[in-house]
Write a protein that binds this ligand. Sequence first.
Ligand code: SF4
Length: 452
Amino acid sequence: MNSVLVRKYNQPVPRYTSYPTVPFWTDNIDIDRWEQVFKNKFEEQNAQNGISLYLHLPFCESLCTYCGCNKKITTNHKVEEEYLEAIEKEWLIYRRLMKQTPIIRELHIGGGTPTFFSPGNLQRLLKVILKNSIKHPRHEFSIEGHPNNTTKEHLKILYNLGFRRISYGVQDNNHDVQRIINRIQPFENVKNTTEMARAIGFTSINFDLIYGLPLQKLESIERTINQTIELKPDRIAFYSYAHVPWTSKAQRLFNESHLPSAEEKISLYLRGKELLIKNGYVDIGMDHFALPNDELYKAVIERKLHRNFMGYTTSCTRFMLGLGVSSISDTGNAFAQNNKTLHEYYESVGDNRMAVRKGFFLSEEDEDFRKYILDIICNGEVLFLQKHLPLLEQYCFPRLEELEKDGLVVWDRNGLRVTAQGHHFLRNICSSFDLYIQRTETEKKNVFSKAI
Ligand code: SF4
């Protein structure tokens, strides 16, 4: 890839897992309005497609220093009980707003480390959620598993409840890298837990890998990818490490001089990509690869790919309820994020109140520009609505001229197509349509991670 372009576009830009992006949300969301929007959209979407649920289980036994998730580090498993009581209660608070029985089409358990919880406790939580709900006939249930603590019992219980997808955080198999990120995870563990999941009947296995970690070298990426290929996960998310030490304090635990430069980082990505493609994986879009028989690839072909807080998905619903500390709900026309600290989360739910704190209600213009960004990031092309021409001319077209000169897009007043080279800079292209950034010229440094 052209190193001049890498340097030019390696600017802080959002990852566009939402639009408007989180820094533009309001801090104290109007809860009555949120309840009303929730009720209306639930009725509409539940009947049409069913809904998606996200359950956030925040505990981890040890701190990975690269981590930017909302998590709580503890080895005390007594915390499971209090947390389960709270999340079950939060579900009942939302259940009271639902006039129809919820039809659960998608359910994803993320963290933290969901497999920190005992198999029995996971079963208890899921039984509460699924009781008095309808499982959609084509439901898709998935969970994030830690290779170090996912047991056969976890997998069996989840399988029996309808889970067929599991995503393992692998990151990098090199011991020096694992030591500096404080995540010692022998390849044997990854292998065993992958084989166990397959033997039990899981049909879609995802690995998360990261490039750009401290001490990562071409050889360690090659080894990690080659070992990954041996296990043939159906999907691979090959993420760029986001260095944001101003929000993730743990990232201050290693020295920045251990990080690869932007050029080295892009070489790590390109080498990884080359190996994956050579071994039958298809490049889905920003950081995601899949085998051709995987649903994610089929979604690309059928132009049904979607992007949300979990990255690219095949999601068929446009209504996501997030439960648990820091979880985000998305009704299509509003976002709401729960309290970020356990203390505040327990307090709200304990008082039978919604735990939502931060959020955003989208205007019609926001919804249209959200669709532009989703079309670019998922399909690599977009058609403009003629009613937006004055806005596009003012804020977006000048940026597109520059992107076109660099060979990243082809466009006219009707629409835009991303070029092969442009696929490496999707975040930058999307930011041209981010009216919040374009209008305010926000100081993006120390808000978003760099594009590469
Ligand atoms: S990377 Fe995962 S396991 Fe590690 S601290 Fe973050 S949430 Fe926990």
